[in-house]
Design a protein. Structure first.
Length: 254
């Protein structure tokens, strides 16, 4: 069987994606294991013994991160082919999203430091997109500002409603700040797409728990992983999601 030049190119590209993601996942594990324990604690909370030990391992955490980053590498390449800046920025963003997801899953906290890195990536992307005149992501500087404000307001409203309903904190400040930064990244009105994706993805997990009869009143479900997953889906399939929304709205002559 003779392979064409394009097939060999894609094979080499895929292998390079796996190797790069494997190296990055090892770096992620090293970073997560060496960050200060207080990053993974609530304010004025003393770190317990578990936080002072090794937190992540290559199996299973490294394998999961490698698979996720490899898929991100491939889909980001095809989504932003010819726009290397966005490819690199969003691949770095994917790395941070995996770290945030793991942190929230294991310790129910989203470190401000990770969110701040996303904020820097968002600011750089906004400036580049507008000042370069490419406008791939934003029509102007107002879009990310409105997106950030909407992100904060949406999550703050949900947190307030949750507190009224359950008589306790239903959402952490980390989720609110993270969604505000995501609003800057995706801009307005795309923040609503990420919000809907977050609702749907978390709903399916809750449905799974109901079917398996594992859902209890005392069970705390971290929202961070679903927010990160939804942003990643948006970044990987931005064009396709936009086409779908345009098509869907056309059915109603909107």
């Amino acid at each position: 069987m003779i392979f064409g030049k394009s097939q060999i190119t894609y094979f080499v590209f895929g292998i390079s994606g796996v190797l790069i993601s494997l190296i990055v996942s090892k770096i992620c594990i090293e970073i997560f294991n060496t960050i200060p324990a207080k990053w993974l604690c609530e304010y004025n909370e003393k770190p317990d013994d578990e936080l002072l030990m090794e937190r992540l391992f290559m199996n299973p955490h490294g394998i999961i991160i490698t698979i996720g980053l490899t898929l991100s590498y491939i889909f980001l390449y095809f989504q932003y082919n010819g726009y290397n800046f966005y490819f690199y920025m969003f691949y770095i963003a994917a790395v941070i999203l995996f770290l945030i997801s793991i942190s929230d899953c294991k310790y129910f906290i989203i470190p401000n430091q990770f969110t701040f890195v996303l904020l820097i990536l968002a600011a750089v992307t906004v400036c580049y997109d507008n000042l370069s005149g490419k406008h791939i992501f934003y029509s102007d500087f107002i879009s990310p500002i409105y997106g950030g404000l909407c992100g904060l307001l949406i999550m703050f409203a949900l947190a307030s409603l949750g507190k009224l309903q359950f008589k306790k904190e239903a959402m952490g400040l980390g989720d609110i700040k993270l969604f505000g930064v995501i609003g800057i990244i995706v801009g307005f009105p795309h923040i609503f797409i990420v919000f809907l994706l977050t609702i749907f993805s978390s709903f399916f997990y809750i449905l799974y728990l109901l079917i398996r009869k594992r859902l209890t009143k005392s069970l705390y479900i971290p929202l961070g992983p679903y927010i990160c997953f939804s942003l990643l889906v948006f970044l990987l399939f931005r064009k396709q999601l936009n086409y779908f929304i345009v098509w869907y709205l056309s059915l109603f002559n909107v």
